[in-house]
Design a protein around this ligand. Structure first.
Ligand SMILES: Nc1ncnc2c1ncn2[C@@H]1O[C@H](COP(=O)(O)OP(=O)(O)OP(=O)(O)O)[C@@H](O)[C@H]1O
Length: 350
């Protein structure tokens, strides 16, 4: 996994936890989602019932796990955390569900990857707070109904388009987290720097924010890398100069693209003449899993107008050729920058 991707590397989780906002009021930006959640939670607390189930979607590192923890903290409830791939058998899920206390929050990350039998069990738990646990096999199998205490499911997904209709319909509140504006990331960096005791100038924060791909987790990670550099090679202060020098060492370019992002663009432009090319072929060309290319690199490349996802495959836009410093080949049909709605549609393209 490359240095600055939006996934958390082992050993960095403590640093992440230190700066993670604990309450809604500390959660920066995403005002619409924050307001809506605030209403949902206060309404439910006023009535003394658990709020509707909540689905959070969006690219990695934008705050889904943080919001799930905030929901529990605001409700004053306990939280159980698991993930779709971790629930292999419906029995695993039944054990979790039946051990929940009244009002608990159950957070399922990557909920689109939950196994089918477990998903079906979840339907009745979400709707009727009841699960049928099947004991035995074949004609002798019996279903034992078990009660589940009223709870709130918070599901997180990077691919809401992959959720089945029945699953999506059972969430009373669905929120899509979008990439953060640079100004919001500056605010976030100042907050994190304060908590970590890192002196930072406004220009330093602007520089890091501009290269953070609209993603809080990446902003926090770059801050830690620039802090290392500032402490080892300068006087410890994060400034414009230390940020620039450090980010050069870590191979993060002016748009915030890292090695994998650039490898994807280079493969598209140099090996496939700008595309269209299918996702799996592109992933093989850069030596990564298709899921990583699709979920980690592409959302931002599309957002930055460098790559378009079309029904015929991935295409490098004119801006991608320019960003790589390549001349557009003569006779090439120009691919204008990707329209934002292609990204928002969140569909799986070939
Ligand atoms: N709105 C925000 N305000 C302040 N910090 C934030 C905000 N959103 C995210 N962060 C920070 O970014 C880090 C990553 O957030 P989080 O783990 O919630 O992302 P995620 O969307 O759940 O990603 P993944 O799906 O990969 O787990 C957190 O440690 C938190 O400190």
């Amino acid at each position: 996994m490359n240095e600055v991707s939006a996934y958390v590397a082992e050993g960095e989780q403590d640093a992440e936890a230190t700066v993670r906002p604990k309450r809604l009021a500390e959660f920066i930006a995403q005002h619409r989602v924050r307001d809506q959640l605030d209403l949902l939670l206060r309404g439910a607390m006023g009535r003394g019932t658990p709020p509707d189930h909540i689905l959070l979607s969006g690219p990695p590192g934008l705050g889904k796990t943080t919001l799930a923890n905030i929901v529990a903290a605001e409700l004053g409830s306990g939280i159980r955390v698991t993930s779709g791939p971790a629930i292999e058998r419906s029995g695993d899920l039944a054990a979790i569900l039946t051990s929940l206390a009244t009002g608990d929050v159950l957070f399922i990350d990557e909920i689109h990857r939950i196994a089918k039998p477990a998903e079906e069990l979840l339907y009745s738990a979400m709707e009727d707070f009841r699960v049928d646990v099947v004991v035995g096999k074949g004609p002798g199998a019996t279903a034992i109904p078990l009660d589940v205490e009223p709870f709130t499911l918070v599901g997180a997904t990077t691919r809401s388009g992959l959720l089945t209709g029945p699953m999506r319909d059972r969430f009373g509140f669905v929120a899509h987290l979008d990439f953060y504006a640079a100004a919001d990331l500056e605010q976030l960096l100042h907050r994190s720097a304060r908590i970590l005791g890192v002196p930072i100038t406004d220009e330093g924060a602007v520089e890091i924010a501009g290269r953070s791909r609209g993603t809080p987790r990446i902003a926090n990670r770059l801050l830690r890398r620039v802090r290392d550099y500032a402490e080892v090679r300068a006087d410890g202060m994060v400034t414009l100069a230390t940020a620039r020098e450090a980010l050069k060492v870590y191979d993060v370019d002016a748009l915030g693209l890292d090695r994998l992002d650039r490898a994807v663009l280079r493969a598209l432009v140099d090996s496939f003449k700008g595309g269209p090319v299918g996702l799996s072929t592109l992933a093989v060309a850069v030596g990564e899993q298709p899921d990583t290319v699709e979920e980690v690199c592409e959302p931002f490349l599309v957002r930055a107008g460098l790559l378009a996802r079309t029904p015929r495959g991935r295409v490098a836009t004119d801006a991608a050729w320019q960003h790589l410093g390549r001349a557009l080949p003569a006779g090439r049909i120009s691919a204008p920058n990707a329209p934002a709605d292609l990204f928002a549609s969140d569909q799986r393209f070939p």
